[in-house]
Design a protein around this ligand. Structure first.
Ligand SMILES: Nc1ncnc2c1ncn2[C@@H]1O[C@H](COP(=O)(O)OP(=O)(O)OP(=O)(O)O)[C@@H](O)[C@H]1O
Ligand SMILES: [Mg+2]
Length: 248
């Protein structure tokens, strides 16, 4: 479903991505791990169109997507979440989801308050409610976003991604700032979305003990390169993984 081929991205001479190859099969859940600064978020930014790769190609369902804008790529079925939750604290949970759905499509405010805008708004609200219900967050719909826990904020990020009806979702640290037990609950929801809606996932995660229980395959990055890939149980016992994490 997703294929990254020899992708290079440099920032002022630093090769943040150094000929990265990666594949994600349709229906799978794949982990992307590696130490701080190894290039994981940069890879998400290149795949989702935030940056154009300097070299290489990216295929989504066989179609080249490198160089398209983020909302064009979103429109082709690729959604993503961000490492830092992007919440408008003064808005409600429901409003946050709806604003995000509008911006994923790259809409401008000039369309606001036309009849079609209002009809769309009603449709989006209904959809947002059903997603909140699935994540058992519907009681929070009218709470200000400033008033929710770290775990709930992480689930809200996933809700925003689901508004775009992704075929594949890239999640950047979906349990960042959340305690391990609650992290498992978040991964239970991700797996439920994978199984019930067939959404494919590529997930950056530092809590390897949690991640490895859920993913089918793992890529390990170090200094801009994929240095190891395999089934979680293989990666877990690899000496390469240990060396990378111990800063070898
Ligand atoms: N916009 C940018 N401008 C300059 N350098 C950047 C930019 N984005 C990322 N980098 C650099 O690229 C390297 C990889 O960063 P990246 O954020 O992809 O790492 P990461 O693996 O996601 O780390 P973490 O686990 O801490 O989130 C780092 O050295 C970072 O400083
Ligand atoms: Mg990162």
């Amino acid at each position: 479903m997703l294929e990254v081929v020899k992708v290079v991205k440099s920032f002022y001479g630093l090769r943040a991505l150094d000929s990265v190859n990666l594949k994600v099969e349709k229906g799978s859940m794949v982990g992307l791990i590696g130490p701080n600064g190894s290039g994981k978020t940069t890879l998400f930014n290149v795949i989702s169109g935030v940056y154009k790769p300097d070299e290489g190609e990216i295929y989504l369902n066989g179609e080249k997507i490198a160089g398209l804008t983020p909302h064009e790529i979103c429109g082709k079925g690729l959604g993503r979440s961000f490492q830092q939750p992007r919440l408008f604290k003064e808005m409600t949970v429901l409003e946050n989801i709806m604003v995000s759905a509008r911006s994923q499509k790259g809409e401008s405010l000039s369309k606001a308050l036309t009849r079609s805008w209002l009809e769309e708004e009603a449709r989006l609200a209904k959809k947002a409610f059903s997603i909140l219900k699935f994540l058992q967050l519907e009681r929070l719909a009218f709470n200000p976003a400033s008033n929710i826990s770290a775990g709930q904020a992480r689930l809200l990020e996933i809700a925003k991604v689901l508004m775009g009806d992704p075929q594949i979702a890239l999640l950047d640290e979906p349990t960042g700032g959340v305690a391990p037990r609650l992290s498992e609950k978040i991964f239970d929801y991700i797996r439920k979305i994978n199984r019930e809606f067939g959404v494919t996932f590529l997930i950056i995660e530092h809590k390897l003990g949690v991640l490895f229980d859920y993913v089918d395959y793992v890529y390990l990055m170090d200094r801009g390169k994929i240095v190891l890939e395999g089934k979680p149980e293989e990666v877990a016992k690899s000496s390469t993984a240990l060396e990378v994490y111990l800063g070898g």
